[in-house]
Design a protein around this ligand. Structure first.
Ligand code: GLU
Length: 562
């Protein structure tokens, strides 16, 4: 037995398998069609779901599912200090709410699904040890007994001397301990970490192709990085190698803060005799502030937290579509050409992602969301708005639940046509949108810039003939008929040709009625609104507004002089 083999046995007496045996016996290659990608989203359960996390999870999910592959939810809980109770379910449930579904991994209720697990790093200690033992046997890893103070001193000295920091070169003191010295330290009960014996040299180069950033060339790794911490738990670097190998991941999508570590990872794959997966490093979502760009920040930006989108009531689908617009710039063109398709039909491409950070743009999100909501059926609007209101707006929820048929009818107005209205941007807007349909929410907030006397005359002429049960032509016909007696033109075109001859036109007439009945200048189809409100409510509001024109000082009653 070589000294390396003896050392390996000494350090890992409980490990009996080699990585190859483990892979063949328990984690065989997946049977997937050519080109199918296996991806994963690998968050740490810190109790916070960042919109950047949703973005990256969505990208992994899209890559897997557009290629006929699989996507895994892996929990990286090796840093117990940052872990928060319930953190896993927050992530799993949060992503599920956005429609991001995983084929394997943590389910969020403490369970896991899939044949390539466990998918939680704290349950995988034995696998990391199998790979580490193998490296020790090959002379590529060793125990390091340096204390935290010694490492801190080393760092300080390196900083002073201006050399690359880290455990390397002549500073790597435990690199060449003899078997006897190791045995002695172990007998003395000294804690140790396991380090890589890196064959890299300063100035050496490494090249790889990034699916998003293209060809990358960097300095190779020459630092003896830690593989296992003193408690036997792996570092991110080592866990990444072992996990993505055993889970047969083919495409790693992760934040570009990991690019700097890619040389370590590529070296580790190579030394372990493993094929590295492809990488795609995504740039963080940025925010523009005072003309400059910075990362979307958990501390400063409410929209960094996923809870912002749920509380505001953006439909999950809208958030996904918005994220797709920033992920692939051709998504919007595709959407224009495929108006009714579901976003999952979009041929997402990793290599179409931008290497510089996409800008978070609330205006854009709002327009995408209004568009998504405009495509929903009244039934869907009702269901989603009610689900939101149940959590965030009790008054609205009560009204929607009290008369579902009425609520669905109001959402149905102007829906489903060629040019649907886009008044609802998020569910938070529904109580404003629907306010005049409910006496409890109704408020007169807008004013009409039309001569007050004319408004009064319009109402007086209209009140005796108004009938909400009229069909649309009869209903509008009545307004037109009343115009000439008031000096108004029943025909907008005629008015426009000779405005000096009239006091207004039929559009102004209906604007007064609209203002009286809804308190708004702008609403969906007024005839539909009035038939839904019914005769009694319309009459009452017309009279109310008529009285208001007499009582309120100019401006307050919604009556301005033209
Ligand atoms: N847990 C790592 C992170 O949250 C995962 C990085 C990766 O996807 O490999 O950044």
């Amino acid at each position: 037995m070589t000294d390396y083999a003896k050392l390996a046995q000494l350090l890992f007496p409980h490990v009996t398998q080699t990585p190859q045996q483990l892979m063949e016996a328990q984690f065989p290659p997946r049977q997937l069609k050519d080109g199918a990608q296996v991806t994963r989203f690998a968050p740490s359960p810190t109790g916070f779901l960042h919109i950047g996390g949703v973005f990256s999870a969505m990208v992994s999910e899209r890559v897997a599912h557009t290629t006929g592959g699989r996507v895994i939810l892996r929990i990286e809980d090796t840093d117990k200090k940052r872990e928060v109770e319930g953190g896993v379910s927050l992530i799993a449930q949060g992503l599920r709410d956005f429609g991001i579904t995983f084929d394997e991994g943590a389910t969020g209720d403490g369970a896991e699904e899939g044949a390539y697990g466990p998918y939680t790093q704290s349950r995988r200690a034995e696998y990391y040890h199998v790979f580490c033992k193998d490296l020790v046997e090959k002379g590529l890893a060793y125990p390091c007994f340096c204390t935290a103070e010694e490492i801190a001193q080393l760092r300080a000295r390196q900083e002073e001397q201006g050399v690359t920091p880290g455990y390397w070169g002549a500073d790597a003191r435990c690199r060449d301990l003899t078997l006897e010295q190791v045995e002695e330290n172990l007998r003395a009960g000294k804690p140790y970490v396991m380090r890589l014996r890196s064959p890299g040299k300063p100035g050496g180069r490494v090249r790889f192709k990034d699916a998003i950033r293209g060809d990358i060339e960097m300095e190779e790794n020459f630092v003896d990085v830690v593989l296992l911490k003193s408690d036997g738990i792996p570092t991110y670097h080592f866990a990444h190698i072992v996990d993505d190998t055993l889970m047969r991941v083919t495409q790693v999508v992760r934040g570009d803060e990991w690019i700097a570590s890619a040389p370590i990872h590529l070296q580790l794959f190579w030394l372990c005799g493993l094929k590295a997966p492809k990488y795609g490093h995504i740039a963080p979502i940025m925010k523009e502030e005072d003309g400059s760009r910075r990362k979307l920040s958990k501390r400063k930006d409410p929209e960094a937290a996923v809870s912002f989108f749920t509380e505001e009531g953006y439909p999950a689908e809208a958030v996904m579509e918005y994220l797709l617009t920033i992920a692939n710039s051709n998504f919007e063109d595709w959407r224009r050409q495929n108006k009714t398709a579901h976003y999952t039909e979009f041929p997402f491409k990793l290599n179409k992602m931008s290497a510089s950070g996409a800008l978070f743009d609330l205006k854009k999100l709002n327009s995408v969301s209004a568009e998504v909501i405009s495509r929903l059926t009244a039934e869907e609007v009702y269901d989603q708005a009610s689900a939101w209101a149940q959590r965030y707006d009790g008054e609205l929820y009560g009204l929607l639940a009290a008369d579902p048929a009425y609520a669905k009818a109001l959402f149905a107005i102007d829906r489903g046509g060629k040019k649907p209205r886009k008044d609802i941007v998020r569910w938070k807007d529904v109580s404003g949108y629907a306010a005049y349909f409910y006496d409890g929410l109704f408020a007169r907030e807008e004013t009409l810039e039309l001569d007050r006397d004319l408004q009064k005359q319009v109402l007086e002429a209209y009140l005796p003939v108004m009938d909400c049960a009229d069909d649309k032509d009869t209903w509008f016909g009545k307004m037109k008929e009343l115009c000439p007696a008031l000096g108004m033109s029943p025909d907008v075109k005629a008015y426009k040709e000779h405005p000096e001859q009239f006091r207004g036109h039929v559009g102004d007439f209906s604007a007064v009625v609209r203002m009286a009945v809804t308190g708004r200048k702008n609403t969906p189809d007024l005839h539909a609104v009035m038939s839904l409100l019914g005769q009694e409510t319309c009459l009452r509001r017309l009279k109310e507004y008529r009285a208001l024109l007499d009582s309120a000082p100019s401006g307050e009653a919604g009556a301005e002089t033209k």
